[in-house]
Design a protein around this ligand. Structure first.
Ligand code: FES
Length: 105
């Protein structure tokens, strides 16, 4: 098993509960969410037609794409409502001190 490489992307004070932040990781845009103090990260590109997911409404742990309404579970990246059919990438998230770090799954 290969060890995951975590990258610091933000500090905890930058993403308050209920907020999200879009960060650049390599050549990808990743949306990092704070839901009641728990952090989640998914790729910020809808698999239906490239909508910016972080600009959508969050319902519990489901983000709704602002373009055509597809929904994804931000804990897993799985599609929960069409028109998207393909899951988005989800990232492992950990907090070290006040640093939020993410790694590809
Ligand atoms: S681009 Fe996201 S639902 Fe169409």
């Amino acid at each position: 098993m290969t060890e995951q490489i975590f990258t610091p992307v933000a500090t905890t004070d930058e993403i308050q509960p209920g907020e999200r932040l879009v960060v650049e990781l390599g050549r990808r845009w990743v949306a990092v969410f704070n839901v009641d103090g728990q952090y989640y990260a998914i790729e910020d590109v809808c698999t239906h037609d490239d909508g910016p997911l972080a600009e959508g409404e969050l319902y519990g742990c489901e983000i709704e794409c602002p373009r055509h309404g597809a929904r994804f579970d931000i804990r897993t990246g799985k599609v929960t409502a069409p028109p998207a059919l393909v899951d988005v990438a989800a990232y492992e998230v950990r907090v070290v001190g006040d640093e939020i770090q993410i790694a590809p799954r």
